[in-house]
Design a protein around this ligand. Sequence first.
Ligand SMILES: *[C@@H]1O[C@H](CO)[C@@H](O)[C@H](O)[C@H]1NC(C)=O
Ligand SMILES: *[C@@H]1O[C@H](CO)[C@@H](O)[C@H](O)[C@H]1NC(C)=O
Ligand SMILES: *[C@@H]1O[C@H](CO)[C@@H](O)[C@H](O)[C@H]1NC(C)=O
Length: 434
Amino acid sequence: MANTILFLRIIISISFFTIAFAFDPSPLQDFCVADLTSPARSNGLPCKDPSTVQANDFFFSGLHIPGNTTNPYGAAVTPVNVIQVPGLNTLGLSLARLDLAPNGFIPPHHHHRATEILTVLEGSLEVGFITSNPNYKHFNKVLQKGDVFAVPIGLLHYQRGVGNANTVVIAAVNSQNPGIITVPNGVFGAKPGIDAEYLSRAFQLDRKVVEQLQANLKMATNVLLLSIIALSFCYIGFAFEPSPLQDFCVADPTSSARVNGQACKNPALVGANDFFFSGLHLPGNTSNPNGSRVTPVSVAQLPGLNTLGISLVRIDYAPSGINPLHTHPRATEILTVIEGSLEVGFITSNPDNKFITKTLWKGDVFVFPIGLIHFQRNVGTKNAVAIAALSSQNPGVIGIANAVFGSKPDISSDILAKAFQMDKSIVQQIQAKF
Ligand SMILES: *[C@@H]1O[C@H](CO)[C@@H](O)[C@H](O)[C@H]1NC(C)=O
Ligand SMILES: *[C@@H]1O[C@H](CO)[C@@H](O)[C@H](O)[C@H]1NC(C)=O
Ligand SMILES: *[C@@H]1O[C@H](CO)[C@@H](O)[C@H](O)[C@H]1NC(C)=O
């Protein structure tokens, strides 16, 4: 009971902390791979010499390995952000693997620079978030394998393992460095401490209780959060997608209003299911010429994503299946291999057109910078599965072959023959195929 009251008071206090939110800055070049050794200080991290950039700068391995949940929280966070993948610098996207033992929990916290979209790979997860002052409405839901849930930028939220087995989650966030403010630690663990008298008034608690809380939270060797807090050493943000002007703007597909994105549903009618999608554990049908299938979870499937600048897809690949060359005009992509083995690659822009490619295995993560042409191909003997998060509610896809040779009406074959320096009859043959 006392704990519940304390929790509620902590929640109320959050209005002190949530002020200005924004997304990461738009990139000014193909990529700016972080140079972790440079003494220069910038918003984000300084860039490495582009001529030394390699596929490994966009790569992380080991996300299939469970985190160690033997700690007071019964939880572990394995971050994959700009520190682990320097290629994420300036791209506005990162992810983490969460492991929760039965009853393990991630304490109430918020990411001041990011919306979060999480997918349950194993087990059962209770997730909840609380809207801002003055309503403090609490949305919560129990998720099972294959379920997806979105937590709007800056809102206080928590996760808890509620099954009797371990729970595994992949959580993507639309910042290279989302930041984390854990409310109990922020309030009672501040260094130097916030005046106990002030806190006892703010929380209407006995001063002795406050002092006890401060002592506990300053001492706590916070295994779970150390790795993340250590990363919060720079950065403010701005703008891939327009920053939200309110807690959320759940898409109303029935509205006839035309706006950038979609019109908002009446907030009084919003429920946890607006932030929810289920079925991402189900394989897509790969019986098609690509030998692959993309199952999207963007604003059309999950209306709560409207204005939040993030979404994800599941991709299934039959052996030798490809996700052919394409670009996302509005998003960077961060892809995790869940099963199988993929060859992936992207091509930098003019004049270098450098081809950056790598073979990925289960647990590997790879980044495709916004707008660059890229592909994936199953190079294993079994089916492959990936979960890819994208830094847009509606990233868009431009299939290169489809756009060039399959436009409606056709681009004149003269133009294409000159552009590709090939015979016009060959161009016409290709056009006939698309
Ligand atoms: C997990 O962490 C605990 C506590 O730090 C430690 O005693 C244990 O050896 C670790 N287990 C593994 C498998 O690393
Ligand atoms: C997969 O798609 C193919 C081609 O459209 C169809 O014939 C087949 O029945 C589908 N398989 C399943 C399991 O839905
Ligand atoms: C194959 O991939 C291209 C490029 O992404 C896409 O435009 C096309 O719809 C895909 N075909 C099928 C059958 O999924």
